[in-house]
Design a protein around this ligand. Structure first.
Ligand SMILES: NC(=O)c1ccc[n+]([C@@H]2O[C@H](COP(=O)([O-])OP(=O)(O)OC[C@H]3O[C@@H](n4cnc5c(N)ncnc54)[C@H](OP(=O)(O)O)[C@@H]3O)[C@@H](O)[C@H]2O)c1
Length: 414
């Protein structure tokens, strides 16, 4: 039996879940792996609040740097969140050659390249399964089980708050604002909720997924993001009547070597499995050129589900350390190439749902045709046109002439 000593930075929702999970299943894990995890130190700014989990005297400290610098600690777990002090803690630990586990998608989206390169330079690892899809082992599936595939496309429902709001709007016919207020009262949505409902959190996760799929750090600028703020009930109702559900979807595609990324509210056919992912659940649909379609489903957030993914990473980091792996696959996968080519947003081809609250549909159809946008169907009773595939730049130009029309993406997974 080998002992690995861990230091946890941040004893909030996820930090407490990690400690609870290790206390509950540490013996089980030791039996499976031969590695006994010892939570040596936990740092938090507040060490008096009850986190619902007892820890031995002397484990808690307010000094995170003392944990990083403690020579008896083998592995650092960064769970403070944010992109400032979390970056400092992560880089300091990596420079000491200590592996770092993080659940911090914002940190990886903004500073991933620096972090992966620092890990490589110091022959150690950064492990980040919990950063995408919470408890769903989707990154590990991609880098291990699907390693023999070129990834053709990824579709993800990656934000539980948005999926919860959309599900309740559809089921209960209530307006966006009242469900958002409920979600905040229940602790599902942050206050302010901007990162979630404006699609930024989903974009953070999309760039991490795309980095792994295509082998280079992807900047946030490569992922245009629209959220679900202010989505009207009529869009949900119309989509339903037309055989679709609206999901906040991250879409990542390989277009002959150019990587296409976007996040936007999207009509998905009710016949596609991803449309049945409801409430706060997440799902990721990955298509590989050899395996074809695969789908991963589960809880994308929460104390124990996220803790589960962090614990999986701690075990991997521990095993890598004991086997002197040096630079692990979680780093090499992100640094296969220096840069990627991105599909300009205007070139992204898509179908759209267009609703014209005021305009006459005949005039609207003429504008669309002028911009080369084909019409798939006209739903006069809802003042809706469903289009054929066209370039985003054509939609932008047409919408400039169409005033207050509402536009959502429509994805038929062809
Ligand atoms: N919650 C989830 O379900 C979930 C899911 C996936 C990923 N994540 C990611 O996991 C990370 C942690 O999230 P969380 O929900 O656990 O956050 P949280 O509940 O706010 O916990 C973070 C803890 O870190 C503490 N902290 C802040 N600065 C510190 C410092 N300088 N030294 C020591 N402790 C410090 C905070 O103290 P104060 O409160 O006093 O500032 C807080 O107790 C984030 O990156 C988040 O994006 C969370």
């Amino acid at each position: 039996m080998k002992e690995i000593r861990i230091g946890i930075l941040g004893f909030g929702t996820v930090g407490a879940g990690v400690v609870e999970g290790i206390q509950k299943n540490g013996t089980l894990m030791a039996g499976r792996t031969g590695i006994h995890l010892v939570v040596e130190k936990i740092a938090d700014l507040d060490i008096t609040t009850d986190r619902g989990i007892a820890v031995p005297d002397g484990v808690l400290t307010t000094d995170a740097m003392s944990v990083i610098n403690d020579p008896s600690i083998d592995v650092i777990v960064e769970l403070v969140g944010g992109t400032t002090i979390a970056r400092t803690f992560t880089l300091e630990a990596l420079k000491l050659g200590k592996p770092v586990i993080t659940a911090n998608k914002a940190l990886l989206a903004d500073h991933g390249e620096e972090i992966y390169k620092t890990a490589r330079e110091h022959h150690t690892g950064i492990y980040y399964e919990a950063a995408v899809g919470g408890g769903i082992p989707v990154l590990r599936s991609q880098r291990d089980g699907l390693v023999g595939n070129r990834i053709e496309s990824i579709y993800g429902i990656l934000n539980g708050t948005c999926n919860y709001i959309l599900t309740r709007m559809e089921r209960e016919g209530l307006p966006f604002d009242s469900i958002l207020a409920d979600a905040q009262a229940l602790g599902y949505a942050e206050t302010p909720p901007d990162l979630d409902i404006d699609g930024i959190d989903t974009a953070h996760k999309a760039v991490v997924l795309a980095s792994m799929a295509y082998g280079a750090p992807v900047p946030m600028e490569a992922c245009p993001a629209k959220g679900i703020r202010g989505l009207a009930e009529s869009e949900i109702e119309n989509a339903d009547a037309l055989g679709y559900r609206i999901k906040l979807l991250a879409i990542i595609k390989d277009n002959a070597g150019e990587v296409e990324l976007s996040v936007e509210p999207t009509l998905v056919p009710k016949t596609h499995m991803i449309s049945s992912v409801s409430d706060s659940f997440n799902a990721v649909f990955v298509k590989g050129d050899i395996v074809d379609d695969t789908m991963y489903y589960g809880r994308g957030a929460g104390r124990l589900p996220t803790g589960s993914a962090v614990i999986g990473d701690i075990m991997e980091a521990a095993a890598d350390k004991l086997h002197n792996v040096g630079t692990p696959v979680s780093v090499t996968m992100m640094l296969q190439r220096d840069t990627l080519d991105y599909y300009p947003e205007g070139n992204i081809e898509k179908r759209c749902y267009l609703r014209f609250p005021q305009a006459n549909l005949k005039a609207a159809a003429e504008v669309l045709e002028k911009h080369g946008i084909g019409i798939a169907s006209v739903e006069e009773s809802f003042s809706v046109i469903l289009t054929q595939r066209a370039k985003e730049s054509a939609f932008v130009a047409a919408m400039a002439e169409l005033g207050d029309a509402i536009r959502l993406r429509l994805e038929d997974f062809e």
